[in-house]
Ligand binder design. Sequence first.
Ligand SMILES: Nc1ncnc2c1ncn2[C@@H]1O[C@H](COP(=O)(O)OP(=O)(O)OP(=O)(O)O)[C@@H](O)[C@H]1O
Length: 243
Amino acid sequence: MSHDGSVIQATHVGKRFGKKTVLENISLEVRPAETFGLLGPSGSGKTTLVKLLTGIDTATSGEVRVFGTLMPKLGMLRRIGYMAQSDALYTELSALENLEFFAALYGMKGPRRKIRIQEVMEVVALEEELHKRVDQYSGGMKRRLSLAIALLHEPPLLVLDEPTVGIDPLLRQSIWKELRALNTKGTTILMTTHVMDEAEKCDRLGMIRDGALLAVDTPSALTLQAGKKTIEEAFIYYGGGES
Ligand SMILES: Nc1ncnc2c1ncn2[C@@H]1O[C@H](COP(=O)(O)OP(=O)(O)OP(=O)(O)O)[C@@H](O)[C@H]1O
């Protein structure tokens, strides 16, 4: 935990690709055991920000701390479960082989490894598909397997980039239940989303537009501040769809 008790602390973070500024002067704090959502139109910089917060990429300016440690820091990956937008899976291997690969990477051994693989595959309702090759999985199944991998080593921080894209509503509901249970046990979750009912479930939301963080608050406070009735209307308002 950092000196001020935050799990993620971004201070005046900026990111440029060549001459193009993608993120500008972002300061935000993610608190212990909350679910923090990043909401913004396509291309607003959510994935880029997530990559800086997990230490996968480096900021051009400003600093990021996770659990008080200055990022990027390779060792921190053990404390972060990251689910990228494009699935990082070995498609010619089975789901089990993928899970075993990542478990080994995280130093998980013996019976715990076996039990944990079973548990995470139950969370994403893929326990019957454990031995299937990933190239025979549907897009939604691959997303679910990626989520299972992010959960595998029980990291205290989960960073999920559009975790429920391509996942049907019923399963999405049960995944949310699991994420809530993880919050209760102390896990902090940062996610990007486009799905409004999902954004509404976050404890707090950060609204991003054109690489700038426009507002951070609870979904209901953001809706109220925008003078709107729903988070969807507030999203359009903050997203610049309306002046
Ligand atoms: N490696 C890169 N080089 C150059 N430009 C990049 C690079 N990565 C991202 N960008 C640009 O940064 C901007 C933000 O992209 P980013 O993927 O972070 O947006 P996003 O909000 O996650 O979008 P989406 O919701 O569609 O995934 C885009 O204009 C994108 O083209």
